[in-house]
Design a protein around this ligand. Sequence first.
Ligand code: MN
Length: 241
Amino acid sequence: MNENNNVAVESALADLVRANRILANEGVMDGFGHVSIRHPADPGRYILSRSLSPELVTRDDLMEFSLDDTPVDPRGRSMYAERAIHGGIYRARPEVNAVVHNHSTALIPFGVTGMPLRAIFHMGAVIGSEVPIWDSRPEFGDTNLLVTDHEKGMSLAKALGPRRAALMRGHGCVVTGESVREAVFVAVYMQANAELVMRSRSLGEVNYLSDGEIRLAADHLFKPLSQDRAWEYWSRRAGCA
Ligand code: MN
């Protein structure tokens, strides 16, 4: 690997550490949940922390996996039980370079009631026009709800389809991005959007964003101007500026 490549990889790993800290600090993840990136120099691999609370992740905790979720150099480290989420989505979605999985309690009601999670404010437009729900039970019956093998990872990726995010019934969600900054942005505002839907519905019927508004607002929010501003702000708040 040449020097430029090395610099790019180290910079991506630093962003991944930061993504872990930000998602914990913003209350999207607690002791659980994880975020990965596709390897910037090898699309056939992804990078994910060893089994650890996101707030505690450092550069040395990051491990490489092949897309079938096998660790490249395990060195006896314990691994997240649900890494099949990551491999399943990277295999199905070549344009995806980052995956977030979290258990935000604000999202759970939308996976279990039939009340759809739709964009309610401009920042929430980044979730897209439709957030599908993956339910493990019809296909796998009673389980511990965890995505612990390829079959479940592939089933989840299939429910996600081409969309940016999916809910997991009685469990949490997955969020994807073309970059880790994008995936963090969507994860943070998906949670905020869910909280706003619940508060608004207690007052009355909701006037959601239209598909056209979602497209136009999301186009704006995924521009570097917005992405960089959010990243800088969340990084500082998480103590890694
Ligand atoms: Mn989980």
